[in-house]
Every structure is written in C-alpha cells, then in structure tokens.
Design a protein around this ligand. Structure first.
Ligand code: ZN
Length: 56
C-alpha cells in the first residue's frame, strides 16, 4: 500500500530555494530550485506502514 508522501505532497520533489523558484534566473529550466524528495526518492509516494519502526 502506498501513501502520498507528506514531505513533497506527492510531487516527488521539494523546493530548496523558494526565491529562485518563484523568480527563476534567465536560462533556468525549472529544476534548479528543486531537488528530489529524500523521503520518497522522487517517487511521490511512500510505503504505508501500519507498524511504526518495523521497516528498518
Ligand atoms: Zn516525497
């Protein structure tokens, strides 16, 4: 079972630089101010675990 990643709201990426995200520099393609979400590896969903701490 998969749940939407709460860290990135399912986008699979997180914004690392809000200022640049809102106001990109000339030549930015759009991913300069974002990074793959570390919690879901950029997938956007995480494995739902009913038992806390049983995965690792
Ligand atoms: Zn995520």
């Amino acid at each position: 079972m998969r749940d939407t990643c709460k860290t990135c709201q399912g986008n699979g990426e997180i914004i690392t630089d809000w200022d640049r995200y809102m106001h990109p520099n000339d030549g930015d393609v759009g991913d300069e101010a974002v990074a793959d979400c570390p919690d879901c590896d950029g997938i956007g969903t995480v494995t739902a675990s009913g038992a806390e701490g049983s995965e690792r």
